[in-house]
Ligand binder design. Structure first.
Ligand code: NAD
Length: 520
Protein backbone atom coordinates (compact mmCIF):
# COMPACT_ATOMS: atom_id res chain seq x y z
CA UNK A 1 0.00 0.00 0.00
CA UNK A 2 1.70 3.25 -1.09
CA UNK A 3 2.24 6.15 1.29
CA UNK A 4 2.24 9.66 -0.14
CA UNK A 5 5.85 10.70 -0.42
CA UNK A 6 5.96 14.19 -1.86
CA UNK A 7 3.42 15.90 0.36
CA UNK A 8 1.95 15.54 3.79
CA UNK A 9 -1.37 14.89 2.21
CA UNK A 10 -2.46 12.15 -0.09
CA UNK A 11 -4.80 14.70 -1.59
CA UNK A 12 -2.30 15.70 -4.27
CA UNK A 13 -3.01 12.44 -5.96
CA UNK A 14 -6.80 12.64 -5.64
CA UNK A 15 -8.72 13.31 -8.82
CA UNK A 16 -11.30 16.10 -8.61
CA UNK A 17 -14.03 13.57 -9.11
CA UNK A 18 -15.69 10.70 -7.31
CA UNK A 19 -14.02 8.13 -9.56
CA UNK A 20 -12.51 5.20 -7.70
CA UNK A 21 -8.85 5.79 -6.78
CA UNK A 22 -6.66 3.03 -8.17
CA UNK A 23 -4.20 2.71 -5.33
CA UNK A 24 -5.35 4.75 -2.38
CA UNK A 25 -2.41 6.06 -0.35
CA UNK A 26 -2.35 5.86 3.42
CA UNK A 27 -2.70 9.02 5.48
CA UNK A 28 0.47 9.86 7.40
CA UNK A 29 1.32 11.49 10.68
CA UNK A 30 2.87 14.96 10.54
CA UNK A 31 5.79 15.24 12.92
CA UNK A 32 8.69 17.71 12.98
CA UNK A 33 7.45 19.33 9.77
CA UNK A 34 7.46 16.07 7.87
CA UNK A 35 4.83 13.62 6.73
CA UNK A 36 5.82 10.37 8.36
CA UNK A 37 4.29 7.01 7.43
CA UNK A 38 2.67 5.43 10.46
CA UNK A 39 3.71 2.06 11.84
CA UNK A 40 0.11 1.53 12.93
CA UNK A 41 -1.33 -1.92 13.20
CA UNK A 42 -4.88 -0.58 13.29
CA UNK A 43 -6.24 1.42 10.37
CA UNK A 44 -9.54 3.19 9.83
CA UNK A 45 -10.85 3.02 6.28
CA UNK A 46 -12.06 6.33 4.89
CA UNK A 47 -14.67 6.13 2.13
CA UNK A 48 -15.94 8.81 -0.22
CA UNK A 49 -19.47 9.42 1.15
CA UNK A 50 -20.82 9.86 -2.39
CA UNK A 51 -19.68 6.42 -3.58
CA UNK A 52 -18.30 4.53 -0.58
CA UNK A 53 -15.10 3.97 -2.61
CA UNK A 54 -11.97 3.72 -0.48
CA UNK A 55 -10.10 7.04 -0.39
CA UNK A 56 -7.38 6.39 2.16
CA UNK A 57 -6.66 4.50 5.36
CA UNK A 58 -6.17 6.60 8.47
CA UNK A 59 -3.80 5.18 11.06
CA UNK A 60 -4.51 4.72 14.71
CA UNK A 61 -1.18 6.41 15.51
CA UNK A 62 0.97 4.19 17.71
CA UNK A 63 1.93 5.03 21.30
CA UNK A 64 5.45 5.91 20.10
CA UNK A 65 4.06 8.25 17.44
CA UNK A 66 1.78 9.99 19.93
CA UNK A 67 4.66 10.51 22.34
CA UNK A 68 6.90 11.65 19.47
CA UNK A 69 4.36 14.34 18.54
CA UNK A 70 4.38 15.76 22.06
CA UNK A 71 8.18 15.44 22.30
CA UNK A 72 8.45 17.42 19.08
CA UNK A 73 5.98 20.08 20.23
CA UNK A 74 7.65 20.34 23.62
CA UNK A 75 11.11 20.74 22.11
CA UNK A 76 9.86 23.41 19.72
CA UNK A 77 8.05 25.41 22.40
CA UNK A 78 10.87 27.40 24.04
CA UNK A 79 12.56 28.65 20.86
CA UNK A 80 9.15 29.36 19.28
CA UNK A 81 8.00 31.31 22.32
CA UNK A 82 11.25 33.31 22.18
CA UNK A 83 10.79 34.13 18.49
CA UNK A 84 9.74 37.74 18.17
CA UNK A 85 6.06 38.43 17.82
CA UNK A 86 6.82 40.21 14.55
CA UNK A 87 8.50 37.10 13.16
CA UNK A 88 5.50 34.97 14.12
CA UNK A 89 3.23 37.54 12.52
CA UNK A 90 5.23 37.34 9.27
CA UNK A 91 4.84 33.57 9.23
CA UNK A 92 1.10 34.02 9.74
CA UNK A 93 0.96 36.42 6.76
CA UNK A 94 2.65 33.74 4.63
CA UNK A 95 0.34 31.07 6.01
CA UNK A 96 -2.70 33.14 5.03
CA UNK A 97 -1.33 33.64 1.51
CA UNK A 98 -0.62 29.92 1.12
CA UNK A 99 -4.07 28.89 2.31
CA UNK A 100 -5.53 31.26 -0.27
CA UNK A 101 -3.29 29.80 -3.02
CA UNK A 102 -4.31 26.27 -2.02
CA UNK A 103 -7.95 27.11 -1.47
CA UNK A 104 -9.23 24.87 -4.30
CA UNK A 105 -7.04 21.97 -3.28
CA UNK A 106 -8.23 22.20 0.31
CA UNK A 107 -11.83 22.39 -0.84
CA UNK A 108 -11.38 19.39 -3.13
CA UNK A 109 -10.07 17.26 -0.30
CA UNK A 110 -13.11 18.25 1.78
CA UNK A 111 -15.56 17.36 -0.99
CA UNK A 112 -13.94 14.01 -1.52
CA UNK A 113 -13.65 12.99 2.13
CA UNK A 114 -16.55 14.82 3.78
CA UNK A 115 -19.04 14.97 0.90
CA UNK A 116 -20.12 18.63 0.95
CA UNK A 117 -20.28 20.41 -2.41
CA UNK A 118 -17.15 22.04 -3.76
CA UNK A 119 -18.67 25.52 -3.46
CA UNK A 120 -19.61 24.88 0.16
CA UNK A 121 -16.20 23.37 0.88
CA UNK A 122 -14.66 26.65 -0.29
CA UNK A 123 -16.76 28.40 2.35
CA UNK A 124 -15.44 25.93 4.94
CA UNK A 125 -11.87 26.96 4.03
CA UNK A 126 -12.71 30.65 3.93
CA UNK A 127 -14.22 30.74 7.40
CA UNK A 128 -11.05 29.18 8.78
CA UNK A 129 -8.84 31.42 6.69
CA UNK A 130 -10.56 34.45 8.22
CA UNK A 131 -9.42 33.31 11.66
CA UNK A 132 -5.84 33.14 10.36
CA UNK A 133 -6.22 36.58 8.78
CA UNK A 134 -7.46 38.00 12.07
CA UNK A 135 -4.52 36.36 13.88
CA UNK A 136 -2.21 38.54 11.75
CA UNK A 137 -3.35 41.45 13.93
CA UNK A 138 -1.71 39.85 16.93
CA UNK A 139 0.67 42.78 17.43
CA UNK A 140 -2.19 44.94 18.65
CA UNK A 141 -4.22 42.13 20.20
CA UNK A 142 -1.39 41.06 22.54
CA UNK A 143 -0.77 44.41 24.21
CA UNK A 144 -0.93 44.29 27.99
CA UNK A 145 -1.68 46.93 30.59
CA UNK A 146 0.54 49.15 32.70
CA UNK A 147 -0.47 51.07 35.77
CA UNK A 148 1.78 53.52 37.52
CA UNK A 149 0.76 52.72 41.07
CA UNK A 150 2.88 55.47 42.63
CA UNK A 151 5.82 57.56 41.56
CA UNK A 152 8.27 54.68 41.99
CA UNK A 153 6.04 51.63 41.56
CA UNK A 154 4.23 50.16 38.58
CA UNK A 155 2.37 46.98 37.65
CA UNK A 156 2.38 45.53 34.12
CA UNK A 157 0.36 42.68 32.72
CA UNK A 158 1.54 40.34 29.98
CA UNK A 159 -0.01 37.44 28.10
CA UNK A 160 2.23 34.42 27.69
CA UNK A 161 1.72 31.15 25.82
CA UNK A 162 0.80 27.99 27.72
CA UNK A 163 3.16 25.47 26.09
CA UNK A 164 1.96 22.45 24.14
CA UNK A 165 -1.76 22.58 23.36
CA UNK A 166 -4.01 20.13 21.52
CA UNK A 167 -7.06 20.25 19.27
CA UNK A 168 -9.53 17.40 18.69
CA UNK A 169 -11.69 18.10 15.65
CA UNK A 170 -15.05 16.92 14.23
CA UNK A 171 -15.78 15.72 10.71
CA UNK A 172 -18.13 18.44 9.57
CA UNK A 173 -15.72 21.34 9.01
CA UNK A 174 -12.39 19.70 8.18
CA UNK A 175 -10.59 23.01 7.44
CA UNK A 176 -12.47 25.63 9.45
CA UNK A 177 -12.27 23.94 12.82
CA UNK A 178 -8.54 23.10 12.80
CA UNK A 179 -8.14 26.77 11.81
CA UNK A 180 -10.09 27.88 14.89
CA UNK A 181 -7.00 26.62 16.76
CA UNK A 182 -3.83 26.56 14.65
CA UNK A 183 -3.46 30.31 13.95
CA UNK A 184 -4.34 31.67 17.38
CA UNK A 185 -2.55 28.98 19.37
CA UNK A 186 0.67 29.35 17.42
CA UNK A 187 0.83 33.07 16.79
CA UNK A 188 0.82 33.70 20.55
CA UNK A 189 3.72 31.26 20.94
CA UNK A 190 2.26 27.83 21.72
CA UNK A 191 3.01 24.64 19.83
CA UNK A 192 0.13 22.37 18.89
CA UNK A 193 -0.74 18.72 18.40
CA UNK A 194 -3.89 18.22 16.33
CA UNK A 195 -6.07 15.18 16.01
CA UNK A 196 -8.32 15.74 13.00
CA UNK A 197 -11.46 13.69 12.57
CA UNK A 198 -10.54 10.19 11.48
CA UNK A 199 -13.30 10.55 8.90
CA UNK A 200 -11.68 13.41 6.94
CA UNK A 201 -8.13 14.36 7.96
CA UNK A 202 -7.03 15.37 4.43
CA UNK A 203 -7.63 19.11 4.75
CA UNK A 204 -5.81 19.22 8.08
CA UNK A 205 -2.84 17.43 6.50
CA UNK A 206 -2.71 20.07 3.76
CA UNK A 207 -2.89 22.79 6.42
CA UNK A 208 0.10 21.22 8.17
CA UNK A 209 2.06 21.01 4.93
CA UNK A 210 1.28 24.71 4.29
CA UNK A 211 2.39 25.56 7.82
CA UNK A 212 5.80 24.10 7.04
CA UNK A 213 5.96 26.06 3.77
CA UNK A 214 4.97 29.26 5.58
CA UNK A 215 8.02 28.94 7.83
CA UNK A 216 6.68 27.46 11.05
CA UNK A 217 9.69 25.70 12.61
CA UNK A 218 9.58 21.90 13.05
CA UNK A 219 7.41 20.82 15.96
CA UNK A 220 5.16 23.89 16.11
CA UNK A 221 2.36 22.12 14.24
CA UNK A 222 2.05 18.32 14.54
CA UNK A 223 -0.71 15.93 13.51
CA UNK A 224 -1.57 12.54 14.90
CA UNK A 225 -4.54 10.38 14.02
CA UNK A 226 -6.96 7.90 15.43
CA UNK A 227 -10.05 7.77 17.53
CA UNK A 228 -10.70 7.31 21.26
CA UNK A 229 -7.22 5.98 22.02
CA UNK A 230 -5.53 9.10 20.62
CA UNK A 231 -8.03 11.28 22.45
CA UNK A 232 -7.31 9.55 25.78
CA UNK A 233 -3.60 10.01 25.23
CA UNK A 234 -4.14 13.75 24.71
CA UNK A 235 -6.38 14.02 27.78
CA UNK A 236 -3.88 12.26 30.05
CA UNK A 237 -0.55 13.57 28.72
CA UNK A 238 0.69 16.00 31.39
CA UNK A 239 2.76 18.05 28.94
CA UNK A 240 -0.39 19.10 27.06
CA UNK A 241 -1.70 22.18 28.83
CA UNK A 242 -4.93 22.90 26.98
CA UNK A 243 -7.44 21.01 24.87
CA UNK A 244 -9.74 22.48 22.23
CA UNK A 245 -12.59 20.17 21.33
CA UNK A 246 -15.45 20.53 18.86
CA UNK A 247 -17.88 17.67 18.31
CA UNK A 248 -20.77 15.78 19.82
CA UNK A 249 -22.04 15.95 23.40
CA UNK A 250 -21.22 12.32 23.99
CA UNK A 251 -17.51 12.76 23.24
CA UNK A 252 -17.29 16.36 24.42
CA UNK A 253 -18.71 15.92 27.90
CA UNK A 254 -16.33 13.03 28.51
CA UNK A 255 -13.38 14.97 27.10
CA UNK A 256 -14.22 18.05 29.14
CA UNK A 257 -14.40 16.14 32.43
CA UNK A 258 -11.33 14.01 31.89
CA UNK A 259 -9.12 16.85 30.62
CA UNK A 260 -10.33 19.21 33.37
CA UNK A 261 -9.75 16.54 36.02
CA UNK A 262 -6.20 16.35 34.70
CA UNK A 263 -5.79 20.09 35.27
CA UNK A 264 -5.97 21.22 31.67
CA UNK A 265 -7.75 24.20 30.22
CA UNK A 266 -10.57 23.03 27.99
CA UNK A 267 -12.72 24.77 25.42
CA UNK A 268 -15.46 22.49 24.11
CA UNK A 269 -18.20 23.24 21.59
CA UNK A 270 -20.86 20.55 21.39
CA UNK A 271 -24.14 19.68 19.69
CA UNK A 272 -27.10 21.83 18.80
CA UNK A 273 -30.74 22.13 17.92
CA UNK A 274 -31.08 25.53 16.29
CA UNK A 275 -34.54 27.04 16.08
CA UNK A 276 -35.95 29.78 13.88
CA UNK A 277 -39.07 31.67 14.92
CA UNK A 278 -41.05 32.79 11.86
CA UNK A 279 -43.51 35.67 12.20
CA UNK A 280 -46.27 36.53 9.74
CA UNK A 281 -44.86 40.05 9.27
CA UNK A 282 -41.48 38.86 7.94
CA UNK A 283 -40.19 39.20 4.40
CA UNK A 284 -41.63 35.85 3.41
CA UNK A 285 -39.57 35.17 0.31
CA UNK A 286 -36.31 35.99 2.10
CA UNK A 287 -37.29 33.85 5.09
CA UNK A 288 -38.31 30.80 3.06
CA UNK A 289 -35.12 30.85 0.98
CA UNK A 290 -32.95 31.43 4.04
CA UNK A 291 -34.63 28.59 5.93
CA UNK A 292 -34.37 26.06 3.08
CA UNK A 293 -30.71 26.98 2.54
CA UNK A 294 -29.78 26.79 6.22
CA UNK A 295 -31.69 23.57 6.86
CA UNK A 296 -30.44 21.56 3.89
CA UNK A 297 -27.09 23.14 2.95
CA UNK A 298 -24.16 20.83 3.75
CA UNK A 299 -26.84 18.11 4.08
CA UNK A 300 -27.74 19.63 7.46
CA UNK A 301 -24.36 18.65 8.89
CA UNK A 302 -23.48 22.07 10.28
CA UNK A 303 -23.55 22.71 13.99
CA UNK A 304 -25.42 25.91 13.14
CA UNK A 305 -27.77 24.27 10.63
CA UNK A 306 -31.29 25.55 11.09
CA UNK A 307 -32.95 22.28 11.99
CA UNK A 308 -36.09 23.42 13.81
CA UNK A 309 -38.79 25.85 12.76
CA UNK A 310 -41.22 27.47 15.13
CA UNK A 311 -44.03 28.69 12.92
CA UNK A 312 -46.02 31.44 14.59
CA UNK A 313 -49.74 31.82 13.81
CA UNK A 314 -50.61 31.67 10.12
CA UNK A 315 -47.01 30.97 9.04
CA UNK A 316 -47.68 27.25 9.60
CA UNK A 317 -49.44 27.43 6.23
CA UNK A 318 -46.10 28.31 4.61
CA UNK A 319 -44.41 24.98 5.33
CA UNK A 320 -45.51 23.39 2.00
CA UNK A 321 -43.82 26.31 0.23
CA UNK A 322 -40.57 25.52 2.04
CA UNK A 323 -41.01 21.96 0.79
CA UNK A 324 -41.32 23.28 -2.78
CA UNK A 325 -38.04 25.16 -2.42
CA UNK A 326 -36.41 22.10 -0.87
CA UNK A 327 -37.51 20.00 -3.84
CA UNK A 328 -35.65 22.41 -6.12
CA UNK A 329 -32.36 21.63 -4.38
CA UNK A 330 -30.19 19.21 -6.28
CA UNK A 331 -28.66 16.38 -4.32
CA UNK A 332 -25.58 15.09 -6.09
CA UNK A 333 -21.90 14.27 -5.82
CA UNK A 334 -20.14 17.35 -4.45
CA UNK A 335 -17.94 17.74 -7.55
CA UNK A 336 -20.94 17.87 -9.89
CA UNK A 337 -21.94 21.26 -11.29
CA UNK A 338 -25.11 22.55 -9.73
CA UNK A 339 -25.03 20.22 -6.72
CA UNK A 340 -26.74 21.90 -3.77
CA UNK A 341 -26.21 19.20 -1.20
CA UNK A 342 -24.08 16.10 -1.02
CA UNK A 343 -24.36 12.86 0.92
CA UNK A 344 -24.20 12.43 4.70
CA UNK A 345 -20.92 11.31 6.16
CA UNK A 346 -21.42 7.56 6.61
CA UNK A 347 -23.85 4.67 6.16
CA UNK A 348 -24.29 4.72 9.97
CA UNK A 349 -25.26 8.42 9.89
CA UNK A 350 -27.76 7.71 7.09
CA UNK A 351 -29.30 4.88 9.10
CA UNK A 352 -29.54 7.02 12.26
CA UNK A 353 -31.20 9.89 10.35
CA UNK A 354 -33.68 7.56 8.67
CA UNK A 355 -34.55 6.00 12.02
CA UNK A 356 -35.26 9.44 13.46
CA UNK A 357 -37.57 10.22 10.53
CA UNK A 358 -39.36 6.90 11.11
CA UNK A 359 -39.71 7.68 14.82
CA UNK A 360 -41.44 10.98 13.95
CA UNK A 361 -43.88 9.11 11.76
CA UNK A 362 -44.58 6.62 14.57
CA UNK A 363 -45.11 9.42 17.08
CA UNK A 364 -47.75 11.09 14.90
CA UNK A 365 -45.88 13.89 13.09
CA UNK A 366 -46.46 14.53 9.37
CA UNK A 367 -43.70 13.70 6.91
CA UNK A 368 -44.35 16.50 4.47
CA UNK A 369 -41.27 15.84 2.36
CA UNK A 370 -39.56 12.48 2.59
CA UNK A 371 -35.92 12.23 1.55
CA UNK A 372 -35.59 8.56 2.39
CA UNK A 373 -34.75 6.38 -0.56
CA UNK A 374 -33.66 9.26 -2.79
CA UNK A 375 -30.35 9.01 -4.61
CA UNK A 376 -28.70 10.64 -7.61
CA UNK A 377 -28.62 8.21 -10.56
CA UNK A 378 -24.86 8.53 -11.02
CA UNK A 379 -24.00 7.64 -7.42
CA UNK A 380 -26.22 4.79 -6.26
CA UNK A 381 -23.84 3.65 -3.51
CA UNK A 382 -23.51 6.90 -1.55
CA UNK A 383 -24.98 7.79 1.83
CA UNK A 384 -27.96 9.73 0.52
CA UNK A 385 -30.79 11.30 2.44
CA UNK A 386 -32.78 13.90 0.53
CA UNK A 387 -34.25 17.04 2.10
CA UNK A 388 -36.93 16.00 4.57
CA UNK A 389 -39.55 18.15 6.29
CA UNK A 390 -41.46 16.92 9.31
CA UNK A 391 -44.49 19.03 10.21
CA UNK A 392 -46.75 19.08 13.29
CA UNK A 393 -43.90 18.07 15.56
CA UNK A 394 -44.41 18.21 19.34
CA UNK A 395 -41.64 18.86 21.86
CA UNK A 396 -41.84 15.36 23.39
CA UNK A 397 -41.01 13.66 20.08
CA UNK A 398 -37.63 12.04 19.60
CA UNK A 399 -37.00 13.95 16.35
CA UNK A 400 -37.27 17.16 18.39
CA UNK A 401 -35.27 16.09 21.41
CA UNK A 402 -32.28 14.67 19.54
CA UNK A 403 -29.81 16.39 17.28
CA UNK A 404 -30.50 14.86 13.83
CA UNK A 405 -27.46 16.26 12.01
CA UNK A 406 -28.85 15.55 8.57
CA UNK A 407 -31.02 17.30 5.95
CA UNK A 408 -34.15 17.16 8.09
CA UNK A 409 -36.22 20.15 9.13
CA UNK A 410 -38.69 19.70 11.99
CA UNK A 411 -41.54 22.20 12.29
CA UNK A 412 -43.55 23.08 15.40
CA UNK A 413 -46.53 25.42 15.54
CA UNK A 414 -47.28 28.08 18.15
CA UNK A 415 -49.60 31.08 18.26
CA UNK A 416 -47.50 33.88 19.78
CA UNK A 417 -43.95 35.14 20.00
CA UNK A 418 -44.05 34.51 23.78
CA UNK A 419 -44.86 30.86 23.18
CA UNK A 420 -42.06 30.66 20.61
CA UNK A 421 -39.54 32.13 23.06
CA UNK A 422 -40.67 29.80 25.82
CA UNK A 423 -40.38 26.77 23.55
CA UNK A 424 -36.89 27.70 22.35
CA UNK A 425 -35.72 28.49 25.88
CA UNK A 426 -37.03 25.16 27.14
CA UNK A 427 -34.71 23.36 24.74
CA UNK A 428 -31.55 22.19 26.44
CA UNK A 429 -29.26 23.29 23.59
CA UNK A 430 -28.26 26.93 23.15
CA UNK A 431 -26.05 27.16 20.10
CA UNK A 432 -27.91 29.43 17.68
CA UNK A 433 -31.36 30.74 16.92
CA UNK A 434 -32.97 33.08 14.42
CA UNK A 435 -36.05 35.22 14.09
CA UNK A 436 -37.70 36.33 10.87
CA UNK A 437 -39.70 39.52 11.28
CA UNK A 438 -39.92 43.08 9.97
CA UNK A 439 -40.67 44.43 13.44
CA UNK A 440 -37.73 45.96 15.30
CA UNK A 441 -39.69 45.78 18.55
CA UNK A 442 -40.36 42.04 18.19
CA UNK A 443 -36.77 41.38 17.17
CA UNK A 444 -35.58 43.39 20.18
CA UNK A 445 -37.78 41.42 22.56
CA UNK A 446 -36.57 38.13 21.03
CA UNK A 447 -32.94 39.19 21.26
CA UNK A 448 -33.31 40.11 24.94
CA UNK A 449 -35.40 37.16 26.11
CA UNK A 450 -33.92 34.31 24.11
CA UNK A 451 -31.32 32.16 25.84
CA UNK A 452 -29.40 30.77 22.84
CA UNK A 453 -25.93 32.23 22.57
CA UNK A 454 -25.95 33.27 18.89
CA UNK A 455 -28.95 35.14 17.57
CA UNK A 456 -29.79 35.94 13.96
CA UNK A 457 -32.32 38.62 13.08
CA UNK A 458 -33.37 37.73 9.55
CA UNK A 459 -30.04 35.86 9.40
CA UNK A 460 -30.45 32.09 9.40
CA UNK A 461 -26.96 31.03 10.48
CA UNK A 462 -25.57 33.74 12.75
CA UNK A 463 -21.99 32.50 13.11
CA UNK A 464 -19.89 35.43 14.30
CA UNK A 465 -16.88 36.52 12.26
CA UNK A 466 -13.51 35.94 13.95
CA UNK A 467 -13.23 39.40 15.49
CA UNK A 468 -16.09 38.19 17.71
CA UNK A 469 -16.26 34.78 19.35
CA UNK A 470 -18.34 31.64 18.79
CA UNK A 471 -20.74 32.02 21.68
CA UNK A 472 -22.98 28.97 21.99
CA UNK A 473 -24.29 28.23 25.47
CA UNK A 474 -26.28 25.76 27.61
CA UNK A 475 -25.77 22.16 26.51
CA UNK A 476 -24.05 23.30 23.29
CA UNK A 477 -20.86 23.95 25.26
CA UNK A 478 -19.10 22.19 28.10
CA UNK A 479 -18.00 23.97 31.25
CA UNK A 480 -20.61 26.69 31.01
CA UNK A 481 -19.01 28.17 27.90
CA UNK A 482 -16.33 30.02 29.83
CA UNK A 483 -13.75 29.39 27.13
CA UNK A 484 -15.18 30.25 23.73
CA UNK A 485 -13.40 29.80 20.41
CA UNK A 486 -11.59 32.60 18.53
CA UNK A 487 -11.91 36.35 19.01
CA UNK A 488 -10.59 37.89 22.24
CA UNK A 489 -11.70 34.91 24.38
CA UNK A 490 -9.85 32.58 21.99
CA UNK A 491 -6.66 34.54 22.50
CA UNK A 492 -7.19 34.49 26.25
CA UNK A 493 -7.74 30.74 26.16
CA UNK A 494 -4.36 30.17 24.54
CA UNK A 495 -2.45 32.51 26.87
CA UNK A 496 -1.91 32.91 30.57
CA UNK A 497 -1.47 36.21 32.29
CA UNK A 498 1.58 37.40 34.11
CA UNK A 499 1.65 40.57 36.14
CA UNK A 500 4.91 42.20 37.18
CA UNK A 501 5.02 44.74 39.97
CA UNK A 502 8.25 46.74 40.28
CA UNK A 503 9.59 49.18 42.78
CA UNK A 504 12.46 51.50 41.84
CA UNK A 505 13.21 53.78 44.79
CA UNK A 506 15.44 56.70 44.03
CA UNK A 507 16.70 56.92 47.65
CA UNK A 508 18.44 53.97 49.37
CA UNK A 509 16.71 52.19 52.24
CA UNK A 510 17.97 53.52 55.57
CA UNK A 511 16.32 51.27 58.17
CA UNK A 512 17.92 47.91 58.89
CA UNK A 513 14.69 46.44 60.30
CA UNK A 514 12.64 44.15 57.99
CA UNK A 515 8.94 44.98 57.53
CA UNK A 516 6.76 42.00 58.34
CA UNK A 517 3.27 43.39 57.99
CA UNK A 518 1.27 43.84 54.79
CA UNK A 519 1.52 47.53 53.83
CA UNK A 520 -1.61 49.38 55.00
P1 NAD B 1 -17.77 13.36 17.36
O1 NAD B 1 -17.95 13.78 18.76
O2 NAD B 1 -18.21 12.01 16.95
O3 NAD B 1 -16.21 13.44 17.00
C1 NAD B 1 -15.44 14.59 17.30
C2 NAD B 1 -14.04 14.15 17.69
O4 NAD B 1 -14.10 13.40 18.90
C3 NAD B 1 -13.38 13.27 16.64
O5 NAD B 1 -12.05 13.68 16.49
C4 NAD B 1 -13.51 11.88 17.22
O6 NAD B 1 -12.42 11.06 16.87
C5 NAD B 1 -13.53 12.11 18.71
N1 NAD B 1 -14.39 11.14 19.41
C6 NAD B 1 -15.58 10.66 18.99
N2 NAD B 1 -16.08 9.81 19.90
C7 NAD B 1 -15.20 9.75 20.91
C8 NAD B 1 -15.17 9.05 22.14
N3 NAD B 1 -16.14 8.24 22.51
N4 NAD B 1 -14.10 9.22 22.95
C9 NAD B 1 -13.12 10.06 22.59
N5 NAD B 1 -13.10 10.73 21.43
C10 NAD B 1 -14.12 10.60 20.60
O7 NAD B 1 -18.43 14.50 16.46
P2 NAD B 1 -18.59 14.50 14.88
O8 NAD B 1 -19.63 13.52 14.51
O9 NAD B 1 -17.26 14.43 14.23
O10 NAD B 1 -19.14 15.99 14.65
C11 NAD B 1 -20.50 16.29 14.69
C12 NAD B 1 -20.88 16.90 16.01
O11 NAD B 1 -20.09 18.04 16.26
C13 NAD B 1 -22.32 17.40 16.05
O12 NAD B 1 -22.88 17.08 17.30
C14 NAD B 1 -22.18 18.90 15.88
O13 NAD B 1 -23.24 19.66 16.42
C15 NAD B 1 -20.92 19.15 16.62
N6 NAD B 1 -20.30 20.39 16.19
C16 NAD B 1 -20.38 21.45 17.03
C17 NAD B 1 -19.83 22.65 16.65
C18 NAD B 1 -19.93 23.85 17.54
O14 NAD B 1 -19.18 24.79 17.35
N7 NAD B 1 -20.82 23.84 18.52
C19 NAD B 1 -19.17 22.78 15.42
C20 NAD B 1 -19.08 21.64 14.61
C21 NAD B 1 -19.65 20.45 15.00
Amino acid sequence: RPAATTAASTVDSYPLSHDAIESPADTQNFLDNKAVPSKATQWIELHDPATNNLVTRVPQSTDEELVAAVDSAEKAFKPWKETSLLARQQIMFKYVALIRENWDRLAASITLEQGKTLADAKGDVLRGLQVAETACGITTQMTGEVLEVSKDMETRSYREPLGVVAAICPFNFPAMIPLWSIPIATVVGNTIVIKPSERDPGACMILAELAEKAGFPPGVVNIVHGSAKTVDFILDEPRIKAVSFVGSNKAGEYIYSRASANGKRVQANLGAKNHAAVLPDCNKNHALNAIAGAAFGAAGQRCMALSTLVMIGETKEWVPEIAERAKDLKMDGGFEDGADLGPVISPQAKKRIEELIASAEEEGATILLDGRGQKPAKYPNGNWVGPTIIANVKPHMKCYREEIFGPVLVCLNVETIDEAIELINDNEYGNGTAIFTRSGATAGKFQREIEAGQVGINVPIPVPLPMFSFTGNKKSVAGGGANTFYGKPGLQFYTQQKTVTSLWRSEDATSSKARVIMPT
